[in-house]
Design a protein around this ligand. Structure first.
Ligand code: ATP
Length: 275
C-alpha cells in the first residue's frame, strides 16, 4: 500500500550540522530557504515565492539529509515519497497519489500547528522523465501534470506554505517543463565530497566511536577518493565491526584501511545489472 511518510520513523531531527563536506550546497539551500523564513519581507517586496528546489547529484551524497535539515531549519512538517511510489499500472492512480501527498502535507501541518511543509520527492526523474520517453507515457503524463498543477496552484498567502524539494541523479532525464520559473526554479548541486569534505564526514560518523591513537582520519580521507557520504558512513561502521571481531574496545587505523576494500567490494556487488 501507499502511505506518504510524515516525520516517520520518528528519528532524531537532522540539522545542517549533521551534513559534512557540502558547504556550498548547504549555503545555496539556506539562501533559498530564507524565502520561507522571511515570508513577510518577501511579500512586502513582491518577490515570487519559491515553490520547488531540485537537488541534483550522485547517490548517497546527502540530498535526503538536506531535505530533512531544511524542514527542521524552517520549522516545517516533512513529508517524503519516492518517484517510484507514483508509478502504477492503472491510469490516474499516480496522479491521485500526487494530490494525496499535497493534501497530507497540508493536513499534517494543520494538526501540528506549523505554518509550512516540505514535500520531499526522491528519484523525481521516475515520475518526471521527459514526455514520450516511457512506454506507458499516458500514465506518466497524467502524474507529471498532477504535480505541475499542484505546484502552479501554490500561493504565497496559502494557509500552509508548501515547498517541494526533489532529488535526482539524472537531471538530464527530467522533463524541461519542470525546470520552468515558478516550478523547480532553484537547483542545488550536491557533489561527491572532496578530501576535506570526506574528512568532515568521517569525523561526523566517528563522533560516537572510540578511536585508537593510531587513527589518522586525514589519511583515511585521502584513501577514499570517490566515496560518497553513504560510503563513508558504511566505512566507519565496517571498521567498528572489524574491531569488534578482534574483541577490541577501540577501532584502529588498520580496521579503517581494511574496511575501505570492503566498501569498494560491496559497491561492486551493488553494481550488478538488474536481472
Ligand atoms: P540517494 O540519491 O541514494 O537517495 P542521498 O543523496 O539522498 O542518496 P542520503 O540518503 O542523504 O543520500 O544519505 C544516506 C546516508 O549517508 C545518510 O543517512 C548519512 O548517514 C550518509 N551521508 C550521506 N551524505 C552525507 C553527508 N554529506 N554528511 C554526512 N553523512 C552523509
Amino acid at each position: 500500500g501507499f502511505a506518504a511518510k510524515t516525520n516517520a520513523p520518528r528519528r532524531r531531527d537532522i540539522s545542517f550540522e549533521d551534513i559534512g563536506g557540502q558547504a556550498s550546497a548547504v549555503k545555496e539551500l539556506k539562501e533559498a530557504l530564507e524565502f520561507i523564513k522571511n515570508e513577510i519581507a518577501m511579500q512586502r517586496l513582491g518577490i515570487r515565492p519559491i515553490k520547488g528546489i531540485l537537488m541534483t547529484g550522485p547517490p548517497g551524497t546527502g540530498k535526503t539529509l538536506m531535505a530533512r535539515a531544511a524542514a527542521n531549519y524552517t520549522d516545517s512538517v516533512f513529508v517524503s515519497a519516492s518517484g517510484s511510489d507514483f508509478v502504477e499500472m492503472y491510469a490516474g492512480v499516480g496522479a491521485q497519489r500526487v494530490r494525496k501527498i499535497f493534501q497530507t502535507a497540508r493536513e499534517t501541518a494543520g494538526k501540528q500547528k506549523k505554518k509550512s511543509a516540505i514535500i520531499f520527492v526522491d528519484e523525481i526523474e521516475v515520475l518526471a522523465a521527459k514526455r514520450g520517453q516511457n512506454s506507458s507515457h499516458m500514465e506518466y503524463d497524467q502524474t507529471l501534470n498532477a504535480l505541475l498543477v499542484e505546484m502552479d496552484g501554490l500561493k504565497v498567502d496559502d494557509e500552509v506554505r508548501l515547498l517541494v524539494m526533489a532529488a535526482t541523479n539524472r537531471v538530464d532525464m527530467m522533463d524541461p517543463a519542470l525546470l520552468r520559473p515558478g516550478r523547480f526554479d532553484r537547483q542545488v548541486k550536491v557533489e561527491l565530497p572532496d578530501k576535506t569534505g570526506r574528512l568532515e564526514i568521517l569525523m561526523l560518523h566517528t563522533k560516537n566511536k572510540p578511536l585508537a591513537d593510531d587513527v589518522n582520519l586525514s589519511l583515511v580521507a585521502r584513501e577514499t577518493f570517490g566515496f560518497s557520504g553513504a560510503h563513508l558512513e558504511s566505512l566507519a561502521n565496517e571498521a567498528a565491526i572489524l574491531a569488534m571481531r578482534e574483541d577490541l574496545k577501540e577501532i584502529h587505523y588498520r580496521h579503517f584501511h581494511e574496511a575501505v576494500d570492503k566498501v569498494i567490494m560491496g559497491e561492486k556487488l551493488d553494481r550488478r545489472p538488474n536481472p
